[in-house]
Ligand binder design. Structure first.
Ligand code: NAD
Ligand code: UDP
Length: 340
């Protein structure tokens, strides 16, 4: 437990709840894919969790199983507006992450990253909370250095279709560092590489959910470009473990960004084969145009996470895909029943 961790003894007159909680933690974007796993894990560790979300891409269904927990609160709010909560830690995860969703309203995406970071940093400064920003491997753009270390400054097109997300996240990182240097805010930055698992949206356009859902429905898998571009896929429980370790780690350069991801690297053609194996289906693929500025390769160098956090992913792609397929079998099954 860190020195920053205050022990909160809640004595609610209404509930006569005298249990001792570890920390009160705000998770923005807590009803989303990663955010909901984070809320669940933090609650399981005994913390009090406030989940803030505007439900743009998040769903109440993702956190429905947490609503009866007296240590869990759900607040509908947009991070582009200021908010005040007495909390010990803030995980700032609010932001659409799939290219389809972040390009739907690009101006709002920039506002969410930039104004969201300003508002949450202002809150952290005011209540002296530690804050962790969800950044992304997209800050490396279409990387010319491979694998990507945190020292690489990236190759981002500042005026392309992905810029609303990439540049928004880069400014959020800038704000984290400046609030730290200028105001002494206790900040953390995690650069998340492609993460997958249960509770991804069925139709969010990301490659793992697309391929799994297409395979389960017996449709052709849509490969963009020639399928030789690469990504590295991290299973969500591994990622959440690393994120919580980073939030609670201390050290001189702990405020600098840390890559979290699985270094296993796959082409999209290879991923399609892996999805075939995980679903047990004979898959067919169809090739479609490559979206603008689609990065050709991506793989994290996780030396820093290993050294600072003693962290590395445990779940290989084949195992993570099996779990993800089991989840989507339920989703696709219930959608098909409802429409028949
Ligand atoms: P997601 O879309 O499932 O979750 C984002 C959540 O933020 C949703 O619940 C959404 O409703 C909420 N949100 C969006 N705009 C908001 C706003 N203005 N105010 C309040 N809430 C808002 O995506 P995810 O995959 O869970 O990603 C979570 C975070 O992790 C994002 O910040 C994303 O950039 C980052 N990240 C994710 C990945 C990945 O592979 N999943 C990779 C890199 C970075
Ligand atoms: N992709 C694909 N078929 C799909 C969806 C995505 O071939 O149905 C490709 C996409 O062009 C990219 C990779 O898969 O090269 C990862 O895409 P995703 O949107 O999941 O994440 P990101 O591009 O943000 O890493």
């Amino acid at each position: 437990m860190t020195d920053q961790c205050r022990i909160i003894s809640l004595y609610s007159a209404a509930a006569f709840d005298t249990r001792v909680y570890l920390m009160r933690i705000l998770v923005t974007g807590g009803a989303g894919f990663i955010g909901s796993h984070l809320c669940e894990r933090l609650l399981n560790e005994g913390n009090e969790v406030i989940c803030l979300d505007n439900f743009f891409t998040g769903r109440k269904a993702n956190i429905a199983h947490l609503l009866n927990n007296s240590r869990f609160e759900l607040v509908r709010h947009d991070v582009t507006e200021p908010a005040l909560f007495e909390v010990d830690q803030i995980y700032n995860f609010a932001c659409p992450a799939s290219p389809v969703h972040y390009q739907y309203n690009p101006v709002k995406t920039v506002k969410t990253s930039v104004m969201g970071a300003v508002n949450m940093l202002g809150l952290a400064k005011r209540v002296r909370a530690r804050i962790l920003q969800a950044s992304t491997s997209e800050v490396y753009g279409d990387p010319l250095e491979h694998p990507q270390t945190e020292a690489y400054w990236g190759n981002v097109n500042p005026i392309g279709l992905r810029a609303c997300y990439d540049e928004g996240k880069r400014v959020a990182e800038t704000l984290m560092m400046d609030y730290h240097r200028q105001n002494g805010v206790d900040t953390r930055i995690v650069r998340i590489f492609n993460t997958y698992g249960e509770r991804m949206l069925e139709n969010d356009g990301r490659v793992v959910s697309n391929f799994v859902v297409q395979a389960l429905k017996g449709e052709d898998l849509t490969i963009y470009g020639d399928g030789t571009q690469t990504r590295s896929f991290c299973y969500v429980s591994d990622l959440v473990d690393g994120i919580i370790r980073l939030m609670n780690a201390d050290g001189d350069d702990i405020h600098l960004p840390v890559n979290l991801g699985n270094p296993g690297e796959f082409t999209m053609n290879e991923l399609a084969d892996e999805v075939g194996k995980a679903t047990g289906k004979d898959i067919r693929v169809k090739y479609m145009p490559l979206p603008q500025d689609d990065p050709k390769q991506r793989r994290p160098d996780i030396t820093r996470a290993k050294t600072l956090l003693n962290w590395e992913p445990k779940i290989a792609l084949a195992e993570g895909l099996k779990r993800t397929v089991a989840y989507f079998e339920g989703v696709v099954g219930s959608t098909q029943k409802a429409s028949s």
